[in-house]
Write a protein that binds this ligand. Structure first.
Ligand SMILES: *Cc1c(COP(=O)(O)O)cnc(C)c1O
Length: 388
């Protein structure tokens, strides 16, 4: 475990020395072919052991306070390889409800083929998880804060339950990032990231990561080398470059999000704000206890009668966009995108109204973001009156 501060880990841990020219940054080794005679390690990109892959893995393990890490070609490559490595035919996994859509699809579309059983919890309390555990359960899988309502799962509770029942606990830590939440410190075994989000941070890299103990990572590696989901070294190098600013980016996003959540919370044209940093959030105390920061993600619901589509159209600075966690602020309507395939009834049951918007707060100046929202709300309220 590294004792260095987060920004030092981001900047330096795992960096490769340029012995040849003494350059300041890690050299990039693009070889897909390495000598096999007289060497300790037989290197090949699909074995996850090129110099750049190994170097960045050290940084990720240091960030998540684990022994080891693997870098994947996407977040879903990390999720699927991890779950398939831990679960065999006849095994069962308990999954938290309200997971990332891609993870949900992986489970419901693929697991039957492999004879893997699964159940989703009804809520996030201990009894919701405990009541789903069967004799053949091997894994508990959670995601907190959740998408899009930013619900918080108690990680110490999950870790305790998993250790009592001898299960492996896995978290998708993408929304929090390692800056705001270190699940290994609370006893969670395996930590997954879509590095496409905060780790990459500039909306130009698709990647994933898995962090855990030597033993768990080795088990995942044994399948990973056969599934072949490794990341190209060029992108590994770009990701190292991105992570150097992870700490300062995420802290700036935390600060912006907290102020914007308060601003929206007070706004008369906003019905409700879902942000774990607000005292009004039902899991605020839990978030405070297990997170170092409340993150840059929030959702809010416009007041009844407000035209969401018009609001999105009137925004000038904040971009309506599918993904999240870039340095630029983006916003989307879950009912129109991530949750569009659910029936209206199911969306209602999950608390996702047509006026709900998921907001990924960037690093722009706060006053500019507030002004953008304010002008769009004014235009929208006036516009919808006219249109009525
Ligand atoms: C985006 C995302 C994923 C999937 O990652 P990809 O890099 O798109 O494959 C998984 N989990 C969460 C929470 C995400 O936001």
């Amino acid at each position: 475990m590294s004792k260095k501060g987060i920004h030092t880990i981001c900047t330096h841990v795992g960096e490769l020395k340029d012995e040849q020219f003494k350059g300041a940054v890690s050299p990039l080794y693009m070889s897909t072919s390495y000598a096999y005679e007289g060497v300790e390690v037989k290197r090949y990109p699909r074995y996850f052991n090129t110099p750049n892959q190994e170097a960045l893995s050290q940084k990720l393990a240091a960030l998540e306070h684990t022994e080891r890490a693997l870098i994947f070609g996407s977040g879903m490559a990390a999720v699927s390889t991890t779950l398939m490595a831990l679960l065999h035919k006849g095994d069962h996994v308990v999954l938290q409800h309200s997971l990332y859509g891609g993870t949900y699809n992986l489970v419901v579309e693929e697991f039957d083929k492999y004879g893997i059983e699964y159940s989703f919890t009804k809520g996030l309390a201990r009894e919701d998880f405990e009541s789903e555990i069967r004799e053949n359960t091997r894994v508990i899988y959670v995601e907190t804060p959740s998408n899009p309502l930013l619900k918080i799962t108690d990680l110490s509770m999950v870790a305790e339950l998993a250790s009592e029942k001898i299960l492996i606990s896995v978290i998708d830590n993408t929304f929090a990032s390692p800056v705001n939440q270190n699940p290994a410190d609370l006893g969670i075994d395996i930590i997954i990231h879509s590095a496409t989000k905060y780790l990459g941070g500039h909306s130009d890299i698709l990647a994933g990561a898995v962090c855990g103990s030597e033993e768990h990572i080795d088990r995942i590696f044994q399948l990973a080398k056969n599934f072949g989901g490794s990341l190209s070294d060029y992108t590994v190098w770009l990701l190292e470059r991105s992570i150097k600013t992870l700490g300062i980016r995420v802290k700036a996003q935390n600060r912006n999000a907290r102020k914007l959540a308060k601003f929206l919370h007070k706004h008369e044209q906003v019905k409700q704000v879902y942000y774990p940093g607000l005292k009004s959030h039902p899991d605020h105390e839990l978030a405070k206890a297990q997170m170092h920061g409340f993150g840059g993600m929030m959702s809010f619901e416009l007041e009844e009668g407000m035209d969401t589509a018009l609001f999105l159209k009137r925004l000038k600075l904040i971009k309506p966009s599918m993904s999240l966690a870039g340095v630029e602020s983006t916003i989307l309507s879950p009912a129109k995108t991530s949750h569009a395939l659910l029936s209206e009834e199911e969306r209602k049951r999950q608390g996702i109204s047509d006026r709900l918007l998921r907001f990924s707060v960037g690093i722009e100046n706060r006053k500019d973001l507030m002004a953008d929202i304010e002008q769009a709300l004014i235009a929208c309220a006036a516009g919808s009156l006219k249109e009525c």
